[in-house]
Design a protein around this ligand. Structure first.
Ligand code: IFM
Length: 473
């Protein structure tokens, strides 16, 4: 039976034969082994060891111990029938201080990982940067410093030389929005800076890093991979008379500030105007936009929830429905007058509203704006407070979440979107940044005491999805 109901609970819907079903993780969230084999400290090591920075003082010191368990983790992925694996490379494993000669042991680890994936018939998607900046670079200003973008290109060339005969898809950055605005704006992520001008400077240097890294990779790789970047584009809806203006502002500072330079070669004028009181953008040098705008083969889209906004008129107390603490710094420099309203549930354990229609809307609008650019859902998934009962995790809520978002993806394809695949976040429970180990996103449970892995019901469900390329009944 094939169904596609109004509630997005499709069953039996079939994806195209080449549609990729994969899982995603990130180095600092799973690897552990932070002091092994020449790895240097990253900003997340420093931040997570700073009292009060993460829930319960959790750190990625051990995480899922994937650095030592990678082979059995790859076996698990093969058992789940996954077609592709999106992992990230820890820059400080490759260059302990973010510059200079590569660390052979670090490169060897990822080389073995890539070989292990290929041996199991799983396609490797490598992300160069998923937030673990070498601390030494942060000491020199981090993403506030233009030099970090140049160092990133050097690092990309090193990794490209080593793995560029086998990696199938390269992704430069994961969610630069988080790196810039949570890292340097609100300060809830490493390096914990709260300064709007710093956040916008970081935006530009991340954009520059993306462009320079693509050029560097293209110079050295020997196979014919796909090149991409992954953005956590925000679906923003307006409320009332001021809604459209609030939507324009947040869409600008969250989405178009990356899409503009990367895909169209310009910063949107309205974003420059909105932020004029914060910075004059003099860090953008002549020629930068040409360096940033490099062709990509696929755009990675991470999607979790929607936003509902209006302009704050000063009469009510501010909401913090976007999850940021209003007493901390703002992740929206120049748009602090935008208020985020609570939205109807249900919600995940992160407090994020479950809205599969937002995914469909995002994919359709991107494909209308960039009709030639294939899309990939590089992250989607949900944290729920799982329980182990008689040796099983019956995570029906997560299955429902996945079903509804895959139905949204299917609908987008039916509406003409060139969507190439879907990676579930995440393969296994892991270190959820400032929330530590309190939020579980995995389709595989990790017992942090024993490091035992247990495939959840959602993992079985994804297995069926991957092996049939149909949304299970
Ligand atoms: O865990 C993160 C991931 O590192 C980036 N995207 C969102 C996920 C869930 O918060």
């Amino acid at each position: 039976m094939t169904q596609d109901n109004d509630d997005y609970r499709g069953a039996g819907l079939e994806f195209p034969p080449a549609f990729v079903i994969g899982s995603a993780t990130a180095s600092y969230q799973i690897e552990g082994a932070v002091r092994e084999d020449g790895r240097g400290p990253s900003i997340w090591d420093t931040f997570s060891h700073t009292p009060g920075a993460t829930l319960n003082g959790d750190t990625g010191d051990v995480a899922d111990d994937h650095y030592h368990r990678w082979e059995s983790d790859l076996d698990l992925m093969a058992d789940l029938g996954l077609h592709a694996y999106r992992f990230s490379i820890a820059w400080p494993r490759i260059q302990a201080e973010g510059r200079g000669a590569p660390n052979r042991a670090g490169l060897d680890f990822y080389s073995r990982l890539v070989d292990g994936l290929l041996a199991r018939g799983i396609s490797p998607t490598a992300t160069l940067y998923h937030w673990d900046l070498p601390q030494a670079l942060e000491d020199g200003g981090g993403w506030r410093n233009r030099d970090t973008a140049l160092r990133f290109a050097e690092y990309a060339a090193i990794v490209g030389e080593a793995l560029g005969d086998r990696v199938a898809t390269w992704t430069t950055l994961n969610e630069p929005w988080c790196s810039a605005y949570l890292g340097y704006g609100s300060g809830v992520h490493a390096p914990g800076v709260r300064d709007g001008a710093a956040a916008l400077t970081a935006v530009h240097h991340l954009n520059l890093a993306h462009g320079l890294a693509l050029s560097a990779l293209r110079e050295v790789v020997s196979n014919t991979p796909a090149y991409s970047v992954t953005l956590n584009l925000q679906v923003v809806r307006g409320e009332g008379d001021t809604g459209p203006e609030a939507v324009r502002k947040i869409d600008g500072i969250a989405n178009r500030v990356f899409l503009g330079p990367m895909l169209e070669g310009a910063y949107p004028q309205d974003v420059l105007d909105d932020t004029a009181a914060v910075t004059d953008w003099s860090f953008v040098r002549p020629g930068d936009l040409d360096l940033i705008r490099q062709p990509i083969d696929v755009l990675g889209v991470n999607y979790y929830f929607t936003n509902l906004v209006l302009l704050w008129d000063g009469s009510s107390s501010r909401q913090a429905a976007d999850g940021h603490n209003p007493s901390a710094g703002s992740p929206w420099p120049g748009s602090e007058d935008v208020e985020f309203l609570p939205q109807p549930g249900p919600y995940t354990d992160m407090g994020w509203n479950i809205a599969p229609d937002g995914l469909e809307e995002l994919l359709v609008s991107l494909s209308q704006r960039y009709p030639e650019l294939p899309l990939m859902v590089t992250e989607n998934g949900a944290a729920f407070p799982d329980r182990v009962v008689d040796g099983r995790v019956h995570d029906a809520s997560r299955i429902d979440y996945l079903r509804r978002h895959l139905t949204a993806a299917h609908r987008a394809i039916a509406r003409g979107v060139d969507l190439r695949g879907y990676y579930v976040w995440s393969l296994m429970d892991n270190f959820e940044w400032a929330y530590g180990y309190s939020k579980r996103f995995g389709i595989v449970r990790v017992d942090y005491e024993t490091q035992e892995r247990l495939v959840k019901d959602s993992g079985q469900w994804v297995h069926e999805l991957a092996t049939t390329r149909r949304i299970p009944e």
